[in-house]
Design a protein around this ligand. Structure first.
Ligand code: GAR
Length: 196
């Protein structure tokens, strides 16, 4: 049974879908939900499901990313995860943090990578006149949003879409894609999942 730690920054809807998926014959179980924001509402939701939670407020560390990550590392290492899922975790991790978990850390990103790494993905897709958008799950490497692809789901861009409307349509697919990818990944299969 693989042990999974999940990192969040906010509401944690993807985290919840992942936690809820890890039951029965699933090859993994959640062992920790951690956040860089003690106010992240996802923490209480995870705790209500019986998952241990931890938070390390990045604001206490100013610009010292290494010190923040050293603090974040403590609950993570204590939970002894085999796999780390970034699920709406909005801090960029340093290469030295990533290196410790390379090959066992996943992220979900709200664009069809390699398009639109970084922020404001939906507005950028609209501004570019794209006819489809989507989300990607990938392995985390030192380069932002650029690791090997593990899954992708597509949605149409509709006439009159706003970034908010598009984000909501993509999020529905995120909730389908990430649990499918994690199940496959935890069973040792790294071939990508494609949904549309
Ligand atoms: C999701 O749309 C996720 O793809 C995005 O943040 C949202 C978190 O929602 N992640 C990123 O933009 C990472 N760069 P959630 O907290 O409800 O899962």
């Amino acid at each position: 049974m693989k042990r999974v730690a999940l990192l969040i920054s906010g509401g944690g809807s993807n985290m919840l879908r992942l936690v809820e998926s890890m039951v029965g014959d699933h090859p993994a179980r959640p062992v920790l939900v951690a956040s860089n924001d003690p106010e992240a509402s996802g923490l209480a939701k995870a705790a209500a499901l019986g998952v241990p939670v931890a938070s390390v407020d990045h604001r206490n560390f100013g610009k010292d990313r290494a010190a923040f990550e050293a603090a974040l590392l403590q609950p993570i290492l204590a939970a002894e995860p085999d796999i780390i899922c970034l699920a709406g975790f909005m801090r960029v991790l340093t290469p030295s943090f990533v290196r410790q978990f390379e090959g066992r850390m996943l992220n979900i990103h709200p664009s069809l990578l390699p398009k639109y790494p970084g922020l404001h993905t939906h507005q950028r897709a609209l501004d570019a006149g794209d006819i489809e958008a989507g989300c990607s799950v990938h392995e985390v490497t030192a380069e932002l949003d650029a690791g090997p692809l593990l899954g992708q789901a597509r949605v149409p861009v509709l006439q009159g879409d706003t970034a908010e409307a598009l984000a909501a349509r993509v999020l529905v697919m995120e909730h389908k894609l990430y649990p499918q990818v994690l199940r496959r990944y935890a069973s040792g299969d790294r071939s990508p999942v494609y949904l549309s």
